[in-house]
Design a binder for this molecule. Structure first.
Ligand code: ZN
Length: 209
């Protein structure tokens, strides 16, 4: 069970270290054998590509333990071609950790996606969000056909961005090479609803699919 300390106006970073001591005394101590096993070797089953947003902690929202999910998070869960960081995470995951499932998980209420839609100028964030431009073009085209409320537009854009990033993932040379020789890694597009706590499946990419 998660234990949430009361939010205090007088915040101190020491709270995180106190939280760690609590974790060590309770969860870690209780499942010592499990942590001992993972200390010897990690065998994560999923590569999670998510947003850096503090409200989308992959382990907590999927009910997972340390050792189960290999993680890459950035602003607006973008799979960028020119990013050695994400490329090395993907390479390490599929080549060395033998992970067979990769999920790109976006979330409603995403500040990065709002910035993509509303515009943000002369910042690194603006450059970064250019990679998600195709998702905005799709939603703009839809908005010309029918009226979308502000919230509906935002949700559509979050979803289109996930679909776009899954396609980016499928176009990675390394992933294509794996797909040519088999059906894995399977690519999943998910969206997390910060209002309900639910993760919904948007897309599941298959070879030739
Ligand atoms: Zn976000």
């Amino acid at each position: 069970m998660l234990d949430f300390p009361a939010m205090s106006a007088r915040f101190s970073v020491a709270r995180f270290l106190e939280g760690n001591r609590r974790f060590q005394r309770t969860e870690f101590e209780r499942h010592h054998a499990y942590y001992e096993k993972t200390a010897a070797r990690q065998r994560p089953r999923l590569l999670w590509i998510g947003c850096s947003d503090s409200r989308t902690p992959e382990s907590i929202i999927t009910g997972s333990r340390p050792g189960e999910i290999f993680v890459h998070r950035n602003v607006a869960n973008i799979v960028a071609f020119n990013d050695v960081n994400i490329a090395s995470v993907i390479e390490f995951s599929v080549k060395f950790l033998k992970i067979r499932d990769i999920a790109v998980c976006g979330h409603y209420g995403c500040g990065g996606i709002r910035a993509l839609d509303e515009g943000i100028e002369d910042t690194y964030i603006a450059d970064w969000l250019l990679i998600a431009g195709g998702a905005k073009a799709k939603v703009d085209a839809l908005a010309r056909r029918r009226k979308l409320s502000r919230e509906e537009r935002h949700r559509r854009l979050v979803e289109e961005n996930v679909r776009l990033q899954v396609r980016h993932l499928a176009s990675f040379a390394l992933i294509k090479k794996f797909h040519r020789s088999g059906a894995v890694p399977r690519l999943h597009g998910w969206v997390y609803d910060i209002h309900t706590g639910e993760i919904r499946t948007l897309t599941r990419w298959r070879q030739n699919g």
